[in-house]
Design a protein around this ligand. Structure first.
Ligand SMILES: CC(C)(COP(=O)(O)OP(=O)(O)OC[C@H]1O[C@@H](n2cnc3c(N)ncnc32)[C@H](O)[C@@H]1OP(=O)(O)O)[C@@H](O)C(=O)NCCC(=O)NCCS
Length: 233
């Protein structure tokens, strides 16, 4: 790479820096297994913010066959999911992301499931441990068995639109006090398109197991429509 890309000023300070790596990019998605030049660099895990959310839109548009709506991009910025929605920066460049949400467990009142909605890394930066770093970050905070603090107004509303309260005057004096409640993570899960063997291998390497094959998981227009449901409990 010849171009020098500066970290956009809107990116928050990285919150975790992994050791410098000297890595051979062995991207299996390329047609041959020839070795690419070594890339040296630093992997950081960084926050999503209102100011850098455009980077997420760009990443997702090339990484995933599905498109996400405005509500989705609003939800990933919520305080509750701050530790489970992250960018990966390679030498300060956003090259990957993980975005998860909490969903109430149907079996226990005080349990939640973590749903990985996106986890991806741009092709030139694959096989360097970037997706692993993102997943490990989330597991450090929300692995099965861990306690997570979520606002008590939390509900599994990511697919519903909350009724809009009529707003009177904007409050200027009182600071909003947020109540939180402790939940135990029951499981972490995701769906992988059945054409995506590489991702399945990646997740299995990270302790996920296939629970079922969902035939019509993706909507018409996305081929194949089937997905594997992978879980870690
Ligand atoms: C799947 C994906 C996230 C992996 O990202 P990555 O940064 O390359 O993953 P890592 O470097 O952390 O890989 C860790 C291990 O997973 C396995 N793995 C990852 N990609 C693989 C591939 N293409 N083929 C075989 N094994 C693979 C390997 O065991 C690898 O370890 P190794 O490189 O030491 O052999 C990436 O290929 C991607 O972004 N794909 C497009 C988006 C996607 O499909 N996301 C998953 C559904 S949400």
């Amino acid at each position: 790479m010849t171009a020098v890309t500066r970290t956009p000023p809107t990116l928050e300070h990285p919150i975790r820096t992994l050791p410098v790596q000297t890595t051979t990019n062995r991207d299996a998605s390329t047609s041959n297994q020839s070795q690419k030049p070594k890339m040296q660099g630093r992997i950081d895990i960084a926050n999503l913010t209102q100011n850098n959310i455009g980077q997420l839109r760009k990443l997702n548009s090339v990484l995933f066959p599905v498109r996400f709506g405005e509500k989705w991009y609003k939800d990933v910025l919520k305080e509750d999911v701050k530790e489970i929605c992250k960018y990966a920066l390679f030498n300060d460049i956003p090259v990957g992301n993980i975005c998860c949400r909490f969903e109430k467990s149907t079996t226990k009142d005080d349990s939640v499931n973590v749903h990985i909605m996106t986890l991806g890394c741009l092709a030139p930066y694959r096989r360097m441990g970037i997706a692993t770093a993102l997943l490990e970050y989330v597991l450090d905070h929300a692995a099965p068995g861990k306690k997570v603090e979520i606002s008590d107004s939390f509900s599994d509303d990511t697919t519903k639109t909350a009724p809009t309260k009529p707003t009177a005057k904007p409050s200027t004096s009182k600071k909003e006090v947020k109540q939180t409640k402790s939940y135990t993570v029951a499981k972490i899960y995701l769906h992988v398109q059945t054409s995506n063997e590489e991702a399945k291998v990646f997740y299995e390497k990270n302790g996920f197991t296939e629970k079922e094959r969902v035939e019509q998981y993706y909507k018409t227009g996305i081929e194949p429509r089937s997905a594997w449901l992978l879980e870690k409990e």
